[in-house]
Design a protein around this ligand. Structure first.
Ligand code: SAM
Length: 205
């Protein structure tokens, strides 16, 4: 399966993100970077063209690893001085470990059941897991044409991804994980929601 146009080129990807988030674009990365300790090790799963690193995390002197299935994006990670790891998150293999593991705007790609993927994400984290996910987006638009177009643009090479989260379904999903949640808040003008977890289950300790 050929990936959507948006996944072909890092410039195009960023232009589309700026178009989608507009005024709130910088805060999309800043809100996450503020949660990451200076000098720590970060794993960004489904990192795309590493915009989180390039636009915000680099200033915090982190040791950055980007994990993605798309070699074009991983080339960008390397060019900017990060460590790039290619892999398919759907495969049951351990991820590289880090102090903070982040997944931004990618959980929906693993619907209808992202739980097995989340178990691998949590297993890789020493201190915290940060999940940021869109809760208002074009794929859930009531205009069928817009929704169909947005779903088609979410193809990373593994097929179309028509399903997205609403705030309610996302809250319900993260609660079902039963990991200790330190914080949750909306950002990017209400378009994304951020959850911060400790990598311990609610009934541990
Ligand atoms: C919507 S982009 C998000 C990129 C970045 N986190 C951001 O917020 O700008 C989703 C990314 O997930 C990657 N991806 C999709 N399915 C994957 C899989 N099964 N394994 C690894 N990466 C995957 C795609 O290649 C793409 O870079």
């Amino acid at each position: 399966v050929t990936p959507s146009l948006v996944y072909h080129n890092a410039w195009l990807y960023e232009a589309i993100m700026i178009g989608l988030y507009g005024w709130h674009y910088p805060s999309r990365y800043r809100a996450i970077a503020n949660l990451v300790p200076i000098g720590s090790r970060v794993l960004d799963v489904c990192c795309g063209p590493a915009l989180l690193f390039r636009r915000a995390l680099r200033e915090r002197d982190v040791q950055y690893t980007g994990f993605d299935i798309n070699p074009r994006f991983l080339e960008v990670v390397r060019r900017w001085g990060g460590r790039a790891v290619k892999g398919n998150l759907l495969e049951d293999r351990p991820l590289p470990t880090a102090d903070t593991v982040i997944m931004q705007a990618s959980l929906y790609q693993f619907l209808p059941d992202p739980a097995p993927v989340m178990r691998r994400v949590f297993a890789a984290a020493r201190d915290q897991v940060i999940i940021a996910e869109p809760i208002r987006n074009l794929a859930t638009s009531r205009i069928p044409f817009i929704a169909a177009l947005a779903a088609r643009q979410a193809n990373a090479g593994l097929g179309d991804r028509p399903s997205r989260f609403s705030e309610d379904t996302l809250d319900a999903f993260v609660a079902s994980l039963r990991f200790r949640m330190k914080a949750s808040f909306r950002c990017s003008g209400g378009r994304e929601k951020i959850y911060v977890f400790e990598p311990t289950q609610n009934d541990e300790r």
